[in-house]
Design a binder for this molecule. Structure first.
Ligand SMILES: [Zn+2]
Length: 164
């Protein structure tokens, strides 16, 4: 669901043109948890403006030069960054420490499964006996559960059975 919202924000932001953005800046404030980042897309430097014609160099995206002095000149077409169409995108801010590990879901058994497990556990004396491992294996297979699931259940329910 989060991924969907991010995709939606990115889609929305990509459809905002420069003019729309400046006209309604307040409507496109970065939402909580998102960082506003400016990117510079295709070059709109009209190289034949003096001839009253329109011709772009075909550069699709401003690429920053590594050297500091000309950092605002596009490494692809050589034009200033201002010639490139500015877009504002929102990038989700996700500090690592807020990502919580998901809690493992507890297995929920049906009443019938619990009955059968209780009866079987009683024959084992509520202990995982080494000599009974084949029997346990067979029981788990019949029940469609892993050996580990059964043993966890056995350990969780032993105290309850001792209370009787
Ligand atoms: Zn250019």
């Amino acid at each position: 669901m989060i991924a969907f919202h991010v995709a939606l924000y990115l889609f929305k932001s990509l459809t905002i043109t420069n003019a729309e953005y400046t006209a309604s800046t307040s409507a496109y404030m970065a939402p909580t948890g998102f960082e506003e980042v400016a990117v510079y897309k295709e070059c709109r430097h009209n190289h034949v403006a003096s001839l009253n014609r329109v011709s772009y160099d075909g550069c699709h995206e401003f690429i920053e030069r590594n050297n500091g002095e000309e950092a605002l000149l596009c490494d692809a077409c050589g034009c200033h960054r201002n010639f490139h169409r500015k877009q504002t995108i929102y990038i989700p801010i996700m500090p690592l420490n807020t990502v919580k590990p998901k809690r493992k879901k507890r297995t929920v058994f049906t009443a019938e499964q619990r009955d059968r497990m209780t009866r079987f556990a009683e024959t084992l004396g509520w202990r995982v006996q080494k000599g009974k491992s084949d029997e346990i294996e067979r029981f788990c297979m019949e029940m469609g559960m892993s050996r580990r699931m059964f043993i966890v259940w056995l350990n969780n329910n032993r105290r309850r059975s001792n209370d009787h």
